[in-house]
Design a protein around this ligand. Sequence first.
Ligand code: NAP
Length: 311
Amino acid sequence: MYNVIIIGSGPAGLTAAIYAARANLKPLVISGMERGGQVTLTNDLENFPGFPDGIGGFEIYDLFEKQAVKFGAELVYDVVTEVDLKAEIKVVKTAEQIYQAKSVIIATGSNPNRLGIPGEDAFIGKGVSYCATCDGFFFNGKHVAVIGGGNSALDEGLFLTRYADKVTIIHRRDKLRADAILQERAQKNEKVVFIMDTVVSEIAGDNSVHTLKLKNVKDHHEFDYKVDGVFIFIGHSPNVSLVKNQLDLDEQNYIRTDRRTHTNLQGVFACGDVQDSIYRQAITAAGSGCQAAIEAEKFIAEFEGRKYPGK
Ligand code: NAP
């Protein structure tokens, strides 16, 4: 029986693990399919305090993991298939194991949204990508399109200029959502061009992507646009499939928590992007992971009839 099982190994889950381990709770972290979560897809994290020169996404994940293990967290590289969170003793199942715990911290993060247009699924890995850090290298000297107008689209679009000769950012409105600093950098970059007020209706190709079918939403003009690849950055959806029938979700499907990371079930806490539709930053995820671990520690003290120190 574990004191606390943490599901997810992004900044939220691993910060929860560091705090829970330092509180001597010997937490178990079940990493999920993508160890480190979305932060590992970021090439250069420039806004995480303490790293004035930036730090690679995978590098910071590695540091989080080392720090958690150093204080006694146990890490398992596995995928949770089922949970039962309603009873006093929580049950967490993977394909091969059944774990029990007094408390559970859900830190399953979110995943990139899809456009849902013809050709998108068929060309994943053949020109369609959701990760510039992973796939940018394959587009050396090529022309790529980036779909979206938020921080991810511009950040990743700028990153792609390291490889591609031309990066076309295609956005459905006439105004970008991204922060001013990123807009300025993109506008100054000679490799970046913008197509505004435009949506993609189809991704076409043969062995790999060669054409996007575009439509201007104002004059309804439709045209073909030649590209070698397309990177899609149109927001994220929280990973709630494991818990959606047990935990309350908000209107946007994020886990509903109070300001102390409590869910509707006793002993179940949620942190990071799976419960945050607003900030979705590595640092806010880490902060909420800390909160969840402290709340779990208090809960376990009560569970065992002890008084939580400082309560
Ligand atoms: P986002 O801010 O939600 O932006 C999504 C973009 O995709 C928007 O421009 C949106 O258009 C567009 N979009 C959504 N659905 C679409 C569809 N079906 N077809 C075409 N376009 C569509 O998501 P994000 O850029 O992934 O950023 C997520 C969070 O991470 C934000 O809080 C962001 O600040 C943060 N982030 C920060 C950094 C950084 O600080 N450097 C880097 C990356 C991400 P509309 O504008 O018309 O809605």
